[in-house]
Design a protein. Sequence first.
Length: 187
Amino acid sequence: MVSWWRKTLTMAAGLAGLAGGAYGAYYLLMRRPLPKKSGKLTLQGLHEGVEVLTDRYGVPHIYAQNEEDLYFAQGYIHAQERLWQMELNRRTASGRLSEIFGKITIETDRFSRRLGMHRAAAAEVPRLSEHSKRILDVYAHGVNAYIEHNKNKLPIEFSLLRFKPTPWQIMDSILWAKMMGWNLCGN
């Protein structure tokens, strides 16, 4: 009789420990990269104060005193909300998925390289106006500020695939826009 109770209690304690461990893993892996929705943050790269208000639908609204701070904050918020999607689209468009997924994506990479979005984006950068280059550069600094500020709290996909995103550049924004255009033209 005692051994039956002991086994039952041991099993219950084991299940409770397993449930607690599963919840802890969920919290650490799934909740840690959630976007910051309130509080103050001090970032290098801003010239004046920027206010980001998130509405009840989760949509961030950026209020800045100047254009550069606006685009810096936009880059930061985009990375906070969509860094994995940004990285995946950048790699898809440039034919670099196999660097993280291995052989399974080689055909996709070959197709993307034949399509030439990476070459088209690279050729477009020198043709941009100085104003456009400045906006995209400040935006890239915002994306990179998020990556730097959250090195240990990146979205779970980066942890699972064991890699870190490379710094965002002007060309990546053009590449990303080309990839979005490609995605939206299908049926």
